[in-house]
Design a protein around this ligand. Sequence first.
Ligand code: UN1
Length: 480
Amino acid sequence: MMSVHKNFIGGSWVESDKTTENINPSDLSDVVGVYSRANNDQTRQAIAAAKEAFKTWQHTTPQQRFNVLDFVGSEILARKEELGRLLSREEGKILAEGITEVTRAGQVFKFFAGEALRTEGDIVPSVRPGVSVEVTREPLGVIGVITPWNFPIAVPAWKIAPALAYGNCVVFKPADLVPGCASVLTEILSRSGLPEGVFNLVMGSGSEVGQSILENPDVTAVTFTGSVETGRRVAEACAARGAKFQLEMGGKNPLVVLDDADLETAVECAVNGAFFSTGQRCTASSRLIVTRDIHDRFVDALTERMKGLVVDNALKEGTHIGPVVDQSQFDQDLDYLNIGQEEGANLACGGERLNRDTEGFYLSPALFTGVKNSMRIAREEIFGPVAAVIPVKDYEEALATANDTDYGLSSGICTTSLKYASHFKRNSEAGLVMVNLPTAGVDYHVPFGGRKESSYGPREQGRYAIEFYTTVKTAYTKPL
Ligand code: UN1
């Protein structure tokens, strides 16, 4: 019998009636652990504990909050190999990517430890005589943190760290598929010196735990990363009761390759952006928009490079691409491979189910060519190792095609022309723009977020995170 990992509510580890098995997508016979599933009642208790804790936590000194976050960051960094392995085992990204993600999470905690010390305000002369005006920032209260499975530690880190840094309390609901990283992160937080109730973990379903967070009037704000469909539900529930919310959702990110691009750079950007992390990133390059003269050379070099990519167990040395995360995501990828062919696109490479030593959801990276931007495979987020080459005439058509999408998270261009690079940076309708770099893979200290249906609300990360996690107070004083 495996021991059951519990939820963390009001400073205590709490069991539930129901449990879930965390299965390794690289090896379906490997159970990573057994995890308690919180219910409605427990979610309510977690929110009540957070509300109570906020009374004192909001008045702690920046030094106290620095100490907590710095402790957490240091421990994550010191354990990056072990936690990276756990991450790769439960999510399926390769070990090197798992360790990189854990490192990023540690750095995010360190960054926000420093930010706790740097919270500032303004003193402004009043327009009235004898009056002074202070503009300060205050925490919001209880923050509901709802996170996706594809970044099981980095996304929780970049929501939890700023929430705590600015004096909020947290109720954290991780994605169902990845309770392992959430559990370890909670265990570290539980030893960090946080008073009870400041941070709570409630693992469980979106329909029960998630919904209860959204509807509870004591949850002041919700930060969410996940699908557009769920994001809409978050928006509706929060708007209905006037709660603040922030959404990071899908992408259909373009990578433009111009005739004057460095071919090797373009191929590496495409391979990394489209297929690494099994294409399961909202920043993935799923549309490769390629101008006429470089088109054939680019497709040939890319397919050649793709044939050398090893798809296998995420923990095995030499693997470039791990498995798809689960059966339903795998089915979705296969559906889109059929849809693309039915729409008349040419499946130039990959898209086959692969058998490996261990049973898992292995899919060879797939490339469609001859894709029109109006096809479903160019408009809908697939969230798998599938990319579409869209041929265009010139830069102007490439830019128009890149912007012709409902999404606007990340975009990239490969070119050696300063003129086109500069024009693209200014005119791309995306929150992130990359020049000669993959659309995915971002720094931890600068803002992250998109436009259109990709995002809603203030940016995450870096100094911009303060906009969501605090509210501004303007205080007028007339000394008598
Ligand atoms: C990255 O590309 O480095 O869910 C980060 C996602 C994003 C994070 C991407 N929220 O894919």
